[in-house]
Design a protein around this ligand. Sequence first.
Ligand SMILES: C[S@@+](CC[C@H](N)C(=O)[O-])C[C@H]1O[C@@H](n2cnc3c(N)ncnc32)[C@H](O)[C@@H]1O
Length: 217
Amino acid sequence: MSRSPIRRPPASLDLSKVFRVVDQLPELLTSESMFDNTKPLEMEVGSGKGLFMATASVENPRHNFVGIEINNKCAEHAAGRLARTEACNAIMISGDAEPLFNERVPAGSLEAVHVYFPDPWWKKKQRKRRVLNERSILNFSKALRPGGRLHVWTDVLDYFEETVEIIAEIAPELGVPIPEEEIEAQHDLDYRTHFERRSRRYRIPVYRVRYEKRSNA
Ligand SMILES: C[S@@+](CC[C@H](N)C(=O)[O-])C[C@H]1O[C@@H](n2cnc3c(N)ncnc32)[C@H](O)[C@@H]1O
């Protein structure tokens, strides 16, 4: 299956409000430090071309959104999408989510963490590169406020099952997986992410769940 090429946005597009590299980040990633307000903060890990970031930030102006994308070209492309929507509640970070969640996201601070179609890393010896692993799940759970959400969507059944098992074992405070429904698309970009669009085009099943951190956790 071919993937369409990722283009950097034109130099004429001003990314200064919507794009950061790790060196430009504040010590702690919070709404106060990044947006100068106290709106609830949602983070996406592995934003790809940034469709979720662009639609979610327009649909939810009362929340802030931070996307973390390790591929610089994708991060810039996604930031370009945000710049075109003139978002003032969304920022793309070009960098690795793991150290940022390890060190710079305060405990109990996030409204939601979104992980859509993480790279599967099929080979056994590459699996440690998966963005959903024991350490990241503990980090996500710790970062969420009580009642906060973790959304996990993938088209890789074994990755999905392994993630559900890990969460049940090491992060029971996240509760049980709540299925999220497939919604019929009303137009060509009416998908949560580009990978969801691609999965539907090729009729690949997608496993969609969210967790809601228990309020007494
Ligand atoms: C298969 S793509 C899915 C992109 C998007 N979520 C979607 O559904 O269209 C996975 C993305 O995760 C990014 N990624 C992988 N490891 C990452 C990490 N440690 N931190 C941030 N992004 C990461 C990849 O560069 C890639 O863009």
